[in-house]
Ligand binder design. Structure first.
Ligand code: PLP
Length: 392
């Protein structure tokens, strides 16, 4: 059976070039980069090369890159690190209602410690209004953390405009760039951010490695204590193979961006959206029509459950994702879809299809040829069948 992967926002396949670059660092070049002998020093050089490649992709200085164990750790470090280091100045943090749980749960954790958090609303496309950020800032605000693009609906936030407001107030600004890093051009100085999180497995690098861009001079405390690695900012012997891999993935991402390869993904994504909207009734596109991630398409199909769509698609060999998550037997609607104003019953019928560099036009055509039939069958079985029949 044909197998099609349309869940690239969840994770991407590690590029074969990345795997080849990583391989020697498991058993041939195994020195500890902190050792002074040549085994260690050779490895140290490769770690520093990887740091340069990450920095180069976003216009940063290599010394401003701190390697972490992924996007979640980078978000935790930025948010808790700034909160704890600056609590004498203030205890107020601003974020949005549609952030990833790595950000939302870090904020909720700080709330329990006495920090005050403002969760900003978004409009029907998932956009944050810079004016709302301006209004929310008080003399106690120490951090604003707003994602670069949303992982579910793909909306790209006006980070540059928000940073202008935040900078004027002299407040630190962090952005979770896990979904954009390596996929769209980023320059930390143009964006005006002090911190930016990224994750290897979202741009064809390995899992379990990420980084935080940390602007020089930012007052932050460490999350992990121990040795003096990462210039005393993140203790623990480096994940050398992972770091080499994320560096190679950044190099390849730069090449793809220079060649404008994301345009082909956008073309296929637009075709996917157009065909689905044309062929299926009672469907809505979630997220902004233009300000969205190259590979992201997110829909709500009325009168059916996301989970049942995922299972039906899986039986056809297609991997996709949905905003609803089955937790302890009950379905919870996505906080992002609720925040853009969808009622829970509509939010439950969501389907996220995320394309990557390896998806083909043939796959898009196959998807759009079988989806209408799947939706029809599920609607015929739906407990909301009568509502659906009434609309026909
Ligand atoms: N932030 C966003 C926007 C994400 O999409 C993800 C992963 O889904 C993360 C953070 C967490 O990254 P990681 O899986 O590397 O911990």
């Amino acid at each position: 059976m044909k197998r099609i992967y349309m869940d690239n926002a969840a994770t991407t396949s590690t590029d074969i070039e990345v795997v080849k670059t990583m391989n020697p660092y498991f058993s041939l070049k195994y020195g500890n980069p902190n050792s002074i002998h040549s085994f260690g020093q050779e490895v140290r050089e490769t770690v520093e090369e990887a740091r340069k490649k990450i920095a180069y992709l976003i216009g940063a200085n290599p010394s401003e890159i701190v390697f972490t164990a992924g996007g979640t750790e980078a978000d935790n470090y930025a948010i808790k690190g700034i909160a704890w280091a600056n609590q004498k100045k203030g205890n107020h943090i601003i974020t949005s209602k549609i952030e990833h749980h790595a950000v939302l749960h870090s904020c909720q954790f700080l709330e329990k410690q006495g920090f005050k958090i403002t969760y900003l609303p978004v409009d029907k496309y998932g956009l944050i209004d810079p004016e709302d950020v301006k209004k929310a800032i008080t003399y106690k605000t120490i951090l604003v953390t707003i994602m670069h693009a949303n992982n579910e609906i793909g909306t790209i936030e006006p980070i540059k405009e928000i940073s202008e407001v935040v900078k004027k107030a002299g407040v630190y600004f962090h952005t979770d760039s896990v979904q954009t890093f390596g996929h769209i051009p980023i320059n930390v100085n143009d964006l005006g951010v002090d911190m930016l999180s990224m994750s290897g497995h979202k741009f064809y690098g390995p899992n379990g490695v990420g980084a935080l861009y940390l602007r020089k001079g930012t007052k932050i405390v460490n999350l992990i204590d121990g040795g003096a690695q990462e210039k005393n900012r993140r203790a623990g012997t480096e994940n050398v193979a992972g770091i080499v891999g994320i560096g190679k993935a950044a190099e390849l991402a730069k090449e793809r961006l220079n060649q404008g390869k994301e345009k082909e993904i956008i073309r296929l994504r637009n075709k996917l959206i157009k065909e689905i909207m044309n062929k299926i009734e009672n469907v809505r596109l979630n997220g902004h029509p233009a300000k969205r991630l190259p590979g992201n398409a997110n829909f709500c199909f009325e009168f059916i459950e996301g989970e049942s769509m995922l299972l039906s698609l899986d039986m056809e060999g297609i991997a996709a994702s949905s905003g609803s998550a089955c937790t302890s037997g009950s379905l919870t609607a996505s906080h992002v879809l609720l925040a853009i104003g969808l009622p829970p019953e509509i939010a439950h019928g969501s389907l996220r299809l995320t394309l990557g560099k390896d998806n083909t036009e043939e796959e898009v055509d196959y998807m759009t040829s079988i989806l209408p039939e799947i939706i029809k069958k599920l609607r015929a079985l739906s407990p909301f069948k009568e509502n659906w029949e009434g609309l026909k």
